[in-house]
Write a protein that binds this ligand. Structure first.
Ligand code: SF4
Ligand code: FES
Length: 394
């Protein structure tokens, strides 16, 4: 338990509940080079990957704590040859397991082993409905391969879960993307507009769609949804830059989500390692129970005693927790500020200025050279200290 505050500003007790979701980013290695990757920009400098035994220990400890969902992600998780072992153990422990993959490395032999081991779901990502843009955005020739993998997923009787990250360069292909999903027999399609973290933040001016692009894409998605009905579950996630209230990021800091990165760093979200002044524990040094309940990093933004105005006295804080700490830091330089997506934030113009630029630039305008996620860029960028983009209100 820790001290927090209530919607009326009075302190209240915040009960720390168990994590429900363990996301295992088992490697930062990836054959793709996506321009919106959410892996840390300086991933190339991260320490050695956890061993198989270390991962199995994490799975057991998180399950003992109550975690029920397991995401196996990366990088590209299939770069490791021990995914089969992790899946088998996850199944034995009673997790619902989900493999998040680009499809690269998903051979018939491996998918058969995953089925045998008890993997529950495979989420396959596509960059676009066209080979040209798929291959450009990932900087690889993977379109044909992904199409083959989609068939394998069906053949092994997995639900077909497709993920396509939307942005300025592919959002106008929405009809073709939906048609592709239908032709593949997809049961779940997540059309997730890019959120601007890590590599996507570097490429934001290239990736943020205009409001007209977004409006059209939503309209086409709604028409498609009406036609296919229950045959396909479609999720259209709007970029939070176009909202006037922030998302309840991770459903609240240290509330349900536990991320363990390839190098063993335990984090309350994908991005938190870049927040200054916080030390996050490594699963090599601490057990998951201590990390979740006791570590200063996981307790830093629980409750609301850390909040500043306008969040502190705002009735919405019980719903959105003041938005995203990482976005507040990246854009204003202070993680305790209100997420600038909120139109009550004194820094809201940091969002509206970017959105205004997105209305005027052409659909494929090259504002600056696009930055691909690769080791060379990562090493180069990790040498630069990231600065907030403009003078924030602290
Ligand atoms: Fe949420 Fe904005 Fe209220 Fe903060 S000021 S709690 S971000 S609505
Ligand atoms: Fe870190 Fe939102 S991504 S708190």
């Amino acid at each position: 338990m820790q001290e927090g505050g209530s919607a009326s500003g009075k302190p209240r007790e915040t009960k720390v509940t168990n994590p429900l979701w363990l996301n295992a980013e088992i490697t930062f290695r990836c054959p793709l080079h996506c321009v919106y990757c959410y892996n840390p920009v300086d991933y190339a400098r991260s320490g050695p990957e956890l061993t198989t035994d270390e991962w199995l220990r994490v799975l057991r400890q998180a399950r003992e704590l109550g975690a029920v969902q397991l995401g196996i992600s990366g990088g590209e998780p299939l770069m490791r040859d021990d995914v089969e072992v992790m899946i088998t153990e996850a199944h034995r422990l009673g997790y619902y397991s989900n493999l998040l993959t680009s499809g690269v490395g998903l051979t018939e032999k491996r998918i058969a082993a995953f089925k045998e081991g008890g993997l529950d779901q495979i989420q396959l990502s596509f960059q676009d409905s066209t080979r040209e843009l798929n291959d450009f955005l990932s900087s690889t020739r993977t379109f044909e391969l992904k199409s083959k993998v989609a068939k394998l997923i069906k053949q092994y009787e997995y639900p077909m879960v497709l993920n396509v990250v939307l942005h300025r360069l592919n959002i106008d292909h929405i009809q073709a993307i939906l048609d592709m999903a239908e032709a593949m027999g997809a049961e779940h399609v997540e059309l997730a507009n890019t959120q601007y973290y890590a590599w996507a933040l570097l490429n934001r001016d290239q990736l943020l769609p205009s409001s007209e692009q977004l409006r059209r894409a939503e309209e086409i998605t709604n028409q498609f949804r009406a036609r296919v009905g229950n045959k396909m579950k479609l999720y259209f996630v709007v970029p939070d830059y176009y909202a006037n209230r922030p998302k309840a990021c991770m459903n609240g800091w240290g509330s349900v989500f536990l991320n363990v990165a390839a190098d063993g760093l335990a984090l309350p979200c994908h991005e938190a390692r870049m927040l200054p002044g916080l030390t996050f524990p490594n699963v090599r040094d601490h057990d998951v129970r201590w990390i979740w309940y006791e570590s200063p990093g996981f307790n830093a933004y629980r409750g609301d005693s850390w909040m500043k105005e306008p969040c502190r006295s705002c009735p919405e804080k019980v719903k959105d927790f003041g938005g995203c700490r990482c976005q507040a830091y990246m854009l204003t330089g202070d993680a305790t500020n209100t997420d600038p997506v909120c139109d009550l934030s004194p820094n809201h113009r940091l969002i509206t200025d970017v959105v205004a630029r997105a209305q005027t630039a052409g659909p494929q305008v090259k504002v600056q050279p696009i930055v691909f996620r690769d080791d060379k860029n990562s090493r180069r960028l990790s040498e630069k200290k990231t600065q907030p983009e403009s003078a924030p209100v602290r």
